[in-house]
Design a protein around this ligand. Sequence first.
Ligand SMILES: Cc1ncc(COP(=O)(O)O)c(C=O)c1O
Length: 370
Amino acid sequence: MTRTRDKVRIRPDIAAMDAYTPTASLEVFAAQLRRPVEQVIKLDANENPYGPSAAARAALASLDAINIYPDPEARILRSMLADYTGVDASHILVGAGADELIELILQTFIEPGDAIVNTPPTFGMYGFDAPLYFARVENVERRADFSLDVDAIEAAAHATEAKLLFVCSPNNPDGSLIAPETVERLLDLPLVVVLDEAYIEFSGAESLAQRAAASDNLIVLRTFSKWAGLAGLRAGYGIFPAGLMPHLWKIKQPYNLNVAADAAARASLADLPALRANVERIVAQRERLERELAAVPFLAPYPSHSNFVLCRVAGLEAANLKRRLAGEFGILIRHYNTPRLRDHVRISAGTPDQIDALLAALHTIGGNHD
Ligand SMILES: Cc1ncc(COP(=O)(O)O)c(C=O)c1O
């Protein structure tokens, strides 16, 4: 008789790996903290505190034809994205968040044992997804100020013959930008550069979307999760060199962007002034955080071009600060359990009221602490 162990053969690397710990929903946190949802302030996942635009809400409310599969080519949305990015729609592919496109890129390039270069501290999904597609991950740590160590990236790329390099600008978790000249230098490497611009709308910097479309080896990833407040619907897109597009079309899931995400994304692009006003409000709170967190004795914020601020925590355990803000005040912030960032926290820019509450809580904790 065949034993169960022989029938169910999980990949050993997956059986042995640690799970990724994503953020939870507001309801789940509220239940954990035994507070009503309205008394929880979620500043841990760089979400948009204003939510979707009124037009996107209306599009969702009047959504019809949910029984019909979406257009696999998302033609209407892609043509609107062409106007938004200044790139021909033939270079654009949409997906269930930028997250899905990271996987699609790995599927397109990686054969077992191929290497990718990752540049931590950065968004966790590049390093998390790569081994699932059998890639070796060569980590080239960012410098103390979170800038890229380009010489080390070049050396690692050549030494490992990496096929992909993942970089993020503004970088999550610190909010620093990569200069376009640096990207140009990286494009001389014999690999494809994946530039994640999930937060570009908060930065005032130019997107390299058009550069990607004109290139052979630059991919730019963008999302509706942050600036457009659609994180819960999962809508992202990539701008790809022409040579890659036929291959991506072959392998993508046919209905990867669901009809609700499609409708809300289209409505968002038709309601830009309202969403840009929200982006300005968020940037104003980020600037306030940069200023006012510097006045909190145990925090040292880094400059940010995004919708969050990373702080070094001194004289107090960062994990404990996170716990106290959640337990005593219902305020959620992000802490990283990694050697480099163990004494850091990341705080998303919320509404003015949310930031008032956060700053008051930090001063109370500071008062208790001194
Ligand atoms: C840098 C970066 N890229 C991509 C994502 C995921 O984007 P999406 O919600 O479109 O999957 C995030 C989410 O936090 C992020 O920080």
